[in-house]
Design a binder for this molecule. Structure first.
Ligand code: GLN
Length: 325
């Protein structure tokens, strides 16, 4: 039987994807070939006539046919690159978007003068935001919150692979509901000797609030919550609509549900002068900024991504609680 060459197989893949209407058919066919064979582009150009093993050819065509069914490339390779780091992803999490790097970069800017910042990531998903912040801020501690246990497993796996597991914990919670109570995956973490660290994190995140009680508080809360209005989800491309978790997309009726809910409670979890940073949909800047304003945040700004679209809203909790004076 004739064995396929690298060139021949790539052509086949490209044609199948193009016929299926995949936007970047050529690139995706190539990336899947690289994933299966482990051959670099330079190698491919020099040895395109080399034969591929039957097993690899079969595996390749199987992935091509799944990609032709609009399964996102990253769900097939389980790799997504974000802030220069490789994250594991699967169908339980939103694939990290490059746009979200704007949020991380601004977060780094806000934290740059603090030696041991404490950061809360609401709706952490794959953990890409929190873990990138931990990588760039070696003295930081973090907590990642998500409603989905499956997503938290992915985040935890990424924290371990990227070697920040000792400085983060993950909590299964409906927004802030369980943030102070439940440490998700403690048992799992115990096996890895991280339990002690979890305690330390809690101790150092305690701050005295206005009533004299000790409470958990953060220097920064970041969030890229679901923000697509329900009715608009149907208009998204198949890769997103059918394969990203619906729960990670749906911002309810007007898309602002999570911004409202998080902003209302955020102050209780921030130190005076603490920051709140959101990723937003490009038409939501004014609305989200108004929510921060209503809750008394200061230094509110709307910032743009590399494409020049509104992408982040940030604000700062008041330094002094002068309203009681
Ligand atoms: N925080 C994750 C990300 O930015 C997940 C966001 C979400 O599920 N809406 O990719």
């Amino acid at each position: 039987m004739n064995r396929e060459t690298l060139t021949g197989l790539l052509k086949k893949g490209q044609i199948i994807l193009a016929k299926a209407g995949i936007r970047d058919a050529g690139l995706d066919a190539w990336l899947l070939l690289e994933y299966i064979t482990g051959k670099s582009r330079a190698y491919y150009f020099a040895h395109g006539e080399e034969c591929v093993t039957e097993e690899n050819a079969e595996r390749y065509l199987e992935l091509i046919s799944r990609r032709a069914g609009h399964i996102p490339l990253q769900h097939l390779t389980h790799q997504a690159f974000f802030m220069g780091y490789e994250f594991y992803v699967d169908e339980n999490v939103l694939v990290p978007r490059q746009d979200t790097e704007t949020l991380v970069e601004l977060g780094l800017e806000c934290m740059k003068t603090l030696e041991n910042p404490h950061i809360l990531d609401m709706c952490t998903g794959s953990g890409c935001i929190l873990i990138s912040l931990m990588k760039e801020l070696p003295g930081a501690y973090g907590k990642g919150v998500d409603l989905s246990k499956e997503a938290l497993n992915v985040a935890m796996r990424n924290a371990r692979t990227l070697e920040v597991a000792e400085r983060v914990e993950f909590v299964q919670s409906n927004l802030f509901a369980e943030v102070r109570n439940t440490v998700y995956g403690t048992g799992d973490m115990k096996e890895n000797g991280v339990k002690g660290k979890t305690k330390d994190i809690e101790k150092v995140t305690e701050h005295q609030n206005n009533n004299g009680n000790y409470t958990e508080a953060y220097d920064m809360i970041v969030s890229n919550p679901p923000y697509i209005p329900t009715a608009e989800i149907e208009e998204l491309m198949d890769e997103v609509k059918l394969h990203d978790p619906r729960m990670a997309l749906d911002g309810m009726e007007d898309g602002l549900y999570f911004y409202r809910a998080i902003t209302e409670e955020a102050q209780d979890y921030l130190v005076p002068g603490g920051w709140l940073l959101y990723e937003i949909g490009c038409s939501q800047g004014k609305d989200v900024a108004a929510l921060l304003q209503k809750e008394g945040f200061e230094n509110i700004e709307i910032r743009q991504d590399l494409a020049g679209l509104d992408r982040v809203v940030l604000g700062r909790k008041k330094l002094q609680e002068d309203e009681y004076v």
